[in-house]
Design a protein around this ligand. Structure first.
Ligand SMILES: [Zn+2]
Length: 523
């Protein structure tokens, strides 16, 4: 008969005779304490068949008794611990208690029938890390596609622990997150990048990372010893993530050749890289499924369009009420509970025209700083307090008005009528990105000036620059010169974009600082 074991989740200080069957999902050693002790201390994360995890430690003084019998990944039956409260900073589990090995602790290898998770990841959405709602004392797991990587810093070439690199990942919700890796962890990813030159997406699973906060911005870094990094490994979690990737994710800007030496493009810039800058008026002339960037000012929030929609808790897609419950078109089933997500329509304007664009959950969250359900709660409370003055609109959403953004817009033309919708895939008010787009737009506006006020420092430059009129300017994600503008050849061939023996990239360099070359005299 199968022996009954205690559930890890039940462990507390009320008794001491707990017997558990667990897998050591993670084991790491750290320097001896006290320092005079010959053996390292050993720390572990134990997981039972229910997926509950608890931390366990072997102090240096007992390490010699246990160290040869404890193997990461193996399954054991254990008993006779000292149960203590878990209160240190940077804890690997959320369990209120941890297990300290003592002299009378007993361990025995058990058969591994595969019923206990190998790693027991508990991935959290990056948005929860960024929003600050997670306890920063507890290490977190994330999974995502690497889309950018900083240059490698090494303060001492003789000390591998001084190596540092920041990688940028995008999770399943397309939220972007920076993770700074040090020492062996930095080395692990740099080695992988240099040895694997295939163009497939790189998916990385991180376990037990620290949440770092720096001037209000949160990112992750590895913990000294506990963190586990798995890069495109043959495990179910990474396979599933690969399967969920869209074709655009496979070709989007991860510069695989330049990143080892130097990549100065920020993740924000990468998101906007390679897309043509258009005027708002050009939005209406863009083809179905075109993706273009516009630089525009928000003149109003279209309140009559509402600000949220009901979303499936499982897949995050829109659900429709079906009696007291909901129908999810994506899951093709009824769901009992729905959450809400942001969907806000903005009227935006540049000097050419205005348009209504729809922005979604993450972009609204980035500006408002609250998740839709939180804003809903906050707003509802406010309405109770102020019952006579019912405003069915959270004023926080008005904070868009008057702001200038670069919007990356997907154009969708209806099959049934001539209606065209503009969906914002990403937006930013990052000054450096706005500045880039502003410079290129100034170049276009200046080039369109025909009232004779065009003054150029070098008349010879006039002709080639005017030749560029009407062609779209884009950024490329060239790691060596991220701020260099190049011409999008669009539907033209590269040859057509060349002229007078200049290559298109040479022509583009002449446009990098258009303000220096072209001035309009003020009357
Ligand atoms: Zn669903």
């Amino acid at each position: 008969m199968e022996q009954k074991f205690d559930a890890v989740n039940d462990i507390n200080r009320s008794r001491s005779n707990w017997t558990i069957k667990i897998r050591i999902t993670r084991l790491w050693e750290s320097p001896p304490y006290p320092k005079t002790c010959p053996d390292n201390t050993i720390d572990m994360v134990l997981c039972d068949k229910d997926g509950s995890k608890i931390a366990a430690s072997v102090k240096s003084v007992f390490a010699n008794k246990f160290k040869n019998n404890l193997k990461e990944g193996a399954v054991y039956i254990m008993s006779g611990f000292n149960v203590v409260a878990s209160s240190s900073t940077f804890r690997a589990t959320r369990h209120s208690y941890k297990l300290n090995f003592q002299y009378q602790t007993r361990i025995a290898r058990a058969d591994d029938d595969g019923s206990i998770h190998q790693f027991r990841f508990e991935f959290v959405p990056a948005v929860k890390i960024i929003s600050g709602e997670l306890d920063q004392n507890i290490l977190v797991d994330v999974i995502g596609r690497v889309f950018n990587m900083s240059e490698v810093h090494e303060s001492s070439s003789s000390d591998p622990n001084s190596m540092r690199v920041t990688i940028y990942i995008e999770d399943t919700d397309k939220t972007q997150l920076a993770i700074t890796l040090w020492g062996q962890y930095a080395n692990q990813i740099v080695q992988y990048m240099s040895k694997n030159s295939e163009s497939a997406a790189i998916v990385v699973a991180f376990q037990f990372c620290k949440i770092k906060e720096y001037s209000g911005t949160r990112s992750l870094s590895n913990s000294m010893y506990a963190t586990r990094v798995m890069i495109n490994s043959d495990i179910e979690e990474i396979r599933q993530f690969h399967q969920g990737l869209q074709p655009e994710d496979l070709t989007s800007p991860m510069n695989r050749t330049g990143h080892i030496t130097m990549t100065t493009t920020t993740p924000q810039e990468a998101a906007f890289a390679g897309y043509p800058l258009s005027s708002v008026d050009e939005l209406y002339q863009s083809g179905d499924k075109a993706i273009v960037c516009i630089l525009a000012n928000v003149i109003q929030v279209n309140k009559d369009r509402g600000w949220f929609y009901n979303a499936c808790k499982k897949c995050g897609k829109k659900v429709d009420p079906d009696g007291p419950i909901f129908w999810c078109h994506s899951c093709k089933g009824l769901v009992n509970q729905a959450t809400i997500k942001y969907r806000v329509e903005l009227m935006v304007l540049d000097e050419s025209n205005s348009a209504n664009v729809t922005i979604f959950d993450r972009d609204v969250f980035n500006i408002v700083g609250l998740q839709a359900p939180q804003l809903h709660d906050e707003h509802s409370k406010g309405m109770l307090v102020d019952a006579n003055h019912t405003v069915n609109w959270p004023v926080k959403l008005d904070s868009f008005v008057g702001q200038t953004f670069v919007f990356k817009v997907a154009v969708v033309k209806s099959q049934w009528n001539d209606f065209t919708s503009f969906t914002v895939q990403r937006m930013t008010s990052d000054p450096s990105i706005i500045d880039k787009f502003t410079r290129y737009r100034l170049a276009k506006v200046d080039l369109n000036a025909t009232d004779g006020n065009l003054i150029t420092a070098d008349k010879a430059m006039t002709s080639p620059i005017i030749d560029l009129e009407g062609r779209r300017l884009t950024f490329t994600d060239d790691a060596n010169s991220p701020s260099t503008a190049t011409l999008s050849s669009g539907k033209r061939s590269i040859d057509e974009a060349s002229y007078e023996g200049h290559s298109s990239s040479e022509a583009a360099k002449q446009l990098v600082m258009p303000k220096k070359k072209i001035k309009i005299e003020k009357n």
